[in-house]
Design a protein around this ligand. Structure first.
Ligand code: 5CA
Ligand code: ZN
Length: 390
């Protein structure tokens, strides 16, 4: 399996041990799953399927950021309990993922349930002298992190620009370095807090993922995954903190990032509100397999726009594939099977995989064929490698 790694900026062969260890950043559950989320989780599902297909066992961990600013803000704005919002949206996300044929992680872990381990990790960083207190909050000193910047390749000026837009607080007075990330936020009036060895408070965002990955996967992982909007600051910061805690570099052998799906000219985002929800389409009667095929038509690293035409194309493709794989006989499928495996193991080139299946299906429907096993083989291939259940 070859994958593009953001740190080395190259497609390289993955070389997991007996078990491939993968951590994919999960949702912040304050709204329903949109096509951008779906595209990201399907990308990593394809990677997992490719590893499994080549006989490699996979250990997959995903978090759910079930306490954070945007979730609290949404709960306050809509007059709901933050726990009720998180529970409802997490349940809907799981339902959407199941419908889309995404294999569930072995460990699906919440920020809230990880608070004791986070506090312990912050304690260890304090003992190493890598933290400082500011009005009761605790910050991580980023200055000593040798590999900091090696995932995003951003200049300090670029980092400072992005940090504030993505949950950071570069402007806060009293910080030693404006880029230092928050490890622990002390209790605020009217906000939830937990009693730990650090006092009453709640975790910062990046340490949540460092802690959950280290706790459930060990000191070094094969892949840290997420959308490209997580490269900086989230993956830089969570890797730097994990590397400080373990002394092992790099935290992940590959940092893998999916592209951004947009709609109406902008990246689909909960904060902007330009969203196409998986659940809305499902309730409108759109088959999840068609939604999945609409996403697979784009390479996972490309940035692209959701369009109704894309969904129509996927529905037509689904019909064609169903027609061909339900025939009693078809054209021989060995070369299709080989081609699909080849392109998928080369950085998950789904558009080429779909082309190969299209060609076989079109020819089979038009010309028939005499291979009685071929339709079943292609159907099984679509299910196991692409997660498209015909
Ligand atoms: N809870 C954190 C990660 S620890 C978080 O970023 N949550 S999220 O709900 O905002 O995003 C969940 C995942 O979906 C992230 O990997 C993010 O990069 C990805 N994502 C969000 N919007 C898009 C989009 N428009 N296109 C593709 N992926 C997206
Ligand atoms: Zn994360």
């Amino acid at each position: 399996m070859r994958l593009f790694d953001s740190a080395t900026q190259a497609v390289r062969p993955t070389a997991p041990g007996a078990v491939a260890k993968i951590y994919v950043c999960g949702i912040t559950p304050y709204d329903a799953t949109h096509m951008g989320h779906a595209n990201t989780y399907i990308a990593f599902d394809l990677l997992i399927r490719a590893w499994l297909d080549s006989g490699i066992a996979v250990e997959y961990v995903q978090n759910v950021t079930d306490i954070d600013e945007p979730l609290l803000e949404r709960a306050v704005a809509t007059g709901q309990d933050w726990r009720a919002v998180a529970d409802r949206e997490t349940a809907l996300f799981r339902e959407d993922m199941q419908a889309l044929g995404v294999i569930a992680p072995q460990h699906y872990i919440g920020a809230v349930e990880s608070i004791p381990q986070v506090a312990q990790h912050v304690r260890e960083l304090q003992e190493q002298g890598k933290t400082y207190a500011l009005d009761g909050d605790i910050y991580f000193k980023i200055e000593n992190s040798r590999l900091f910047g090696s995932i995003s390749h951003l200049s300090r000026k670029e980092m400072l620009g992005i940090f504030g837009e993505r949950g950071g607080d570069p402007e806060r007075e009293g910080k030693l370095d404006p880029l230092d990330p928050l490890l622990w936020k002390s209790e605020r009036p009217d906000e939830p807090a937990w009693n730990t060895v650090l006092g009453h408070g709640r975790p910062g965002w990046h340490i949540e993922c460092s802690t959950i990955a280290l706790t459930y996967l060990g000191n070094q992982i094969d892949v840290q995954g997420g959308g490209s909007d997580l490269i900086f600051p989230h993956h830089e910061m969570s890797a730097a903190q994990a590397e400080s805690l373990t002394g092992i570099e790099p935290f992940a052998r590959f940092y893998v990032h999916s592209g951004m799906v947009s709609w109406q000219g902008h990246k689909m985002s909960k904060s902007r509100g330009n969203l196409v929800f998986v659940s809305t389409l499902r309730h409108d009667g759109v088959e999840p397999a068609a939604i999945r095929l609409a996403l697979l038509a784009h390479h996972y690293r490309s940035n692209w726009s959701w369009t109704p035409q894309g969904l129509e194309g996927a529905l037509a493709r689904l019909d064609l594939w169903r027609a061909a794989t339900s025939m009693l006989c078809g054209l021989p499928a060995e070369s299709v099977l080989e081609r699909v495996r080849e392109v998928m193991s080369d950085d998950l080139k789904t558009p080429s995989a779909l082309d190969a299946i299209d060609n076989w299906a079109r020819d089979t429907v038009h010309a028939g064929g005499s291979d009685s096993e071929a339709p079943g083989l292609v159907k099984d291939l679509c299910a196991s490698i692409l997660g498209v259940y015909l």
